[in-house]
Design a protein around this ligand. Sequence first.
Ligand SMILES: C[S@@+](CC[C@H](N)C(=O)[O-])C[C@H]1O[C@@H](n2cnc3c(N)ncnc32)[C@H](O)[C@@H]1O
Length: 162
Amino acid sequence: MSRLDSFIRRLEAQRSLLDWAAAAVTDRPGLILEVGLGNGRTYDHLRAKLPGRDIYAFDRANNANPASLPPPDRLVLGEFADALPAFARQHPGQAVLIHADAGLGDPAANVVQVRQVAAMIPPLAASGAIILSDQRFEHPDLLLQDAPVTIPKNRYYVFIRK
Ligand SMILES: C[S@@+](CC[C@H](N)C(=O)[O-])C[C@H]1O[C@@H](n2cnc3c(N)ncnc32)[C@H](O)[C@@H]1O
């Protein structure tokens, strides 16, 4: 498989899971969190699928396409290590869907970040919340699920908050 094939498969998996998760929380009140705004593509997708919902996006810097920019009061700039625990103190357990797309290119740094982010997710999430991640979290409060839609193995992960 070429790198282009691999990239397309990853994006297809991401979209399929976002569509499934958005439908699953349509009738469930609560916050939606986008951990890693980046260019804003997946934020924009969530916004389109969940109109009118409170969607907060986190990133260390605003590099989003202007067309995909959250309102200022929904954009949380800063390092995850600071911003996510602070947000959890303000909005404990209020998220019903968290999408984390923040894998790092440096494998060693990625291991550290995945462990840190995994620990910061549970205080943000309501019981039963859906967490989608490009990285596999290991945390006793995050239960790994079989993907509810057909996606390539180990491309994306689905967890339910205990
Ligand atoms: C892969 S991009 C997200 C892409 C996004 N899902 C999209 O569709 O455009 C990951 C983002 O996470 C942010 N990020 C990674 N590690 C971070 C950290 N420790 N604190 C804050 N932001 C971080 C990066 O700045 C980057 O914009």
